[in-house]
Every structure is written in C-alpha cells, then in structure tokens.
Design a protein around this ligand. Structure first.
Ligand SMILES: Nc1ncnc2c1ncn2[C@@H]1O[C@H](COP(=O)(O)OP(=O)(O)OP(=O)(O)O)[C@@H](O)[C@H]1O
Ligand SMILES: [Mg+2]
Length: 364
C-alpha cells in the first residue's frame, strides 16, 4: 500500500454526518430504555381516551437518555396523531420546556403559549398567560414536560397547571432523586407522581448505543476496533453516553487533523487529553445570564470567584455578588465548573473556579 493510501486527501472526511454527535441531535431510536418508554406511554395513554393522564418524575444521572427518551415519546405521539382522522388528531397537545433556559414562571408560561400556538404574548402578565394556556389546553388534552425542573425555583406555574388543567400528563425530569421531597406541600398533594428512576447503562448497552451512533456519524470502517473499545470503556466508566459521543467526535477530529484515514488509540488518547475537563452538557441549554458567566469562567479558568465577579461587572453584568455566587454554585452542581475552597489565606476563605468537570477523564 502506498503511503498516500493511509492519508486522507483534501476534501475527504471521516465523518459522514458529524451533527449526529451533537448533544442535541435526536436519534431515531432509543434502544435499552424499553421499560421506561412503556411507563411513560402508559401514563399518557388515558389522555387518548379522554381521561386524565398520570404524572411522572424521571430521575437519574446525566447523559443516560432521560431527555432523549422523553422527546422520542412526544415524537411518537405527534406522529400518531397526524395519522388519525382530523376530529381525533388534535386531541393531545405536547409541550417540552427546558427549565434551565426558561427559569421563571413567566418565561415558562410564555414558552408554553408559543408551543401551543398562542403567539400574542406581548405585554401580558404571567397569570394572564397561564389563564390562556388553561383555556386552550382544556379544549383538548396535554402532555407537559419540564426538563431540568430543579433549575427553576418558582413553581407557581406548576401549581396553576395542576389545579386547573383537566386532562394532562405532567412529566418532570431531574438528576436529583431527592428533589421532589423538597417540593411545596400544596404542589405535592396535587401532583402525586409515579417515580421512574433511570439506571446507568450496562457495558453492553453502552456499546450498542455508541455503535449505533458511530454508524450514523462516521464513514464505515474508519474506526479501529481497539480505539472504539476505548471509547466504550470510558463512557461506561463515567456512566455517561454524552461523554462517549464527545470523545468519539474529538477523536475523529484529531484523526482528521493528522490526515489519518483511520481513527486509532492515539486519536482517542488525544481526544481524552485535549478535552481534559469535559463540560458535561451542551451550554446552549443554559439561560443567557448563566451562559455569560460560564463564558467568563471558561476564559479565566482557575481564578478567584471575586475576580471573576469583577470581570462580569466590567462586562456589563447586572447581578449582585450574592446572585453571581448562586449562579456559580448551580454551574458547579451540574459539573459545568468546579469550585475549590482555600481557607487561611490573607483574605480568609477564597473560592477558585475552574471550567469543566471535577474528575478528569484521564483520572479514571
Ligand atoms: N438509549 C439511547 N439510545 C440512543 N441515544 C442515547 C440513548 N441514551 C442516551 N443517548 C444519547 O446520549 C446523549 C445524552 O442523553 P440525554 O440528553 O437524554 O441525557 P439525560 O439523561 O437527559 O442527561 P442530563 O440529566 O444530563 O440532562 C444524547 O445525545 C442522547 O441522544
Ligand atoms: Mg437531559
């Protein structure tokens, strides 16, 4: 084989469909979540017979398919309703809200309005918007999903929806099993959800899911078996498919940078090292202010929180220091950043903030 056969030519790519590795890409199938899928569908089913649905809380660690599966089920529901005759087809409306992006009752109400086709939201108050939602949704049935529900502190919207919608399934998604126990009693007494706990995938399932995505994203045959094994092992160790996808993408890029026709161990190694500290979620998911703060940490990783706050203020940031600290804490709770406290310096206790996840992938 000539030297050139192992080299990628100009304009050639190892990727067939790089978008398939993006966090927000919605795969056509969600294997290995069949029992969870059944539970969600069963909760929604009564709505199709004009009865009230049941409510659910989905919990589990990051990157194990909670969001992907829920979106998948909503998609099934929408596809099915398109095939029904007109008079039945509009029976169940679906709404999906990311509560980190929409983190107040007002923003949530506004987003729901838009999703159910009510656009005249300008200059309206939260209660007016909620009233409109109830009017529209009560003509039919509705499935409402609130992903990342723990990111919103104000639950007034939930109370109104629980109280006033007749035929509904409300699905809340969070990483924290214990989150629901801390909810307001007036909400809990109405909500009465079934809890669905997502367990991390087995080694076999992890391989299967990543393999499926690999086939979709890459030109056939570009992965060396051993290198792919390494990715699977890593994703299984950290119990996070998202991490596996990110490593696959970075390894592909590393191989292309070297004009290699194959993705081998060394490229996976580069991917792991290059992205030493992986941010575990897509930062597009963050609301604007938090996104700004994360960008500052990213540009000045390892600095004192006070210094970061000054940079934030200098850039026109309007939050006070306490709120800024709270945002940093939320980012840390969700592994976007890592904080480290140091006591006993000249300034008493200081917190240092770094970009990315606490545990380096190369630490495992
Ligand atoms: N069973 C599966 N089949 C196909 N893809 C999957 C499966 N499980 C997870 N994924 C993929 O892994 C990535 C992470 O999944 P997802 O976003 O659903 O995680 P999550 O459980 O919602 O995590 P988080 O709590 O961090 O929001 C997505 O790109 C998703 O498509
Ligand atoms: Mg999710």
């Amino acid at each position: 084989m000539s030297m050139f056969d192992t080299m990628l030519k100009d304009g050639e790519s190892l990727f067939k469909n790089e978008i398939a590795l993006d966090f927000s890409f919605q795969p056509k199938l969600i294997p290995h979540r069949e029992s969870e899928q059944r539970l969600i569908i069963n909760a929604i089913k009564p709505l199709l017979q004009r009865r009230n649905g049941r409510n659910l809380i989905l919990t589990g660690k990051p990157g194990i398919g909670k969001t992907a599966l829920t979106r998948h089920v909503l998609q099934i529901l929408e596809d099915e309703s398109e095939t029904l005759p007109e008079e039945e087809s509009a029976e169940v409306m679906t709404v999906f809200i990311n509560c980190w992006k929409k983190n107040t009752s007002f923003k949530i109400a506004e987003d729901i309005c838009h999703q159910i086709g009510y656009m005249l939201t300008q200059n309206k108050r939260t209660d007016e918007l909620l009233g409109m939602i109830v009017r529209i949704a009560n003509k039919k049935s509705v499935v409402l999903v609130f992903d990342e529900i723990d990111k919103v502190d104000d639950h007034d919207f939930l109370y109104t929806l629980l109280e006033e919608l007749y035929r509904k399934t409300i699905i809340l998604i969070t990483n924290y099993d214990e989150w629901y126990a801390g909810m307001d009693e007036r909400i809990r007494s109405r909500f009465m959800p079934e809890m669905v706990r997502f367990e991390p995938y087995s080694a076999r399932a992890t391989r299967d899911i990543l393999d499926q995505r690999k086939e979709y994203a890459f030109v056939p045959g570009v992965w060396e078996d051993e290198a792919f094994d390494l990715v699977v092992d890593k994703a299984f160790e950290v119990e996070d498919i998202r991490t596996g996808l990110q490593v696959m993408k970075e390894a592909g890029i590393a191989a292309e940078d070297k004009a290699s026709r194959k993705i081998g161990n060394e490229h996976v190694g580069t991917a792991l090292k290059k992205a030493e500290r992986f941010a575990i979620k897509d930062s597009d998911q963050l609301e604007e202010e938090t996104q700004t703060i994360l960008d500052i940490v990213k540009g000045h990783s390892g600095k004192r929180i006070g210094d970061l706050f000054r940079l934030y203020e200098a850039g026109g940031g309007k939050l006070n220091y306490k709120s800024f600290q709270r945002k940093i804490k939320k980012l840390a709770d969700n592994s976007y950043v890592t904080t480290e406290k140091q006591t006993g310096g000249a300034n008493g206790t200081t917190t240092f903030v770094s970009y990315g996840k606490e545990k380096k992938l190369t630490d495992f």
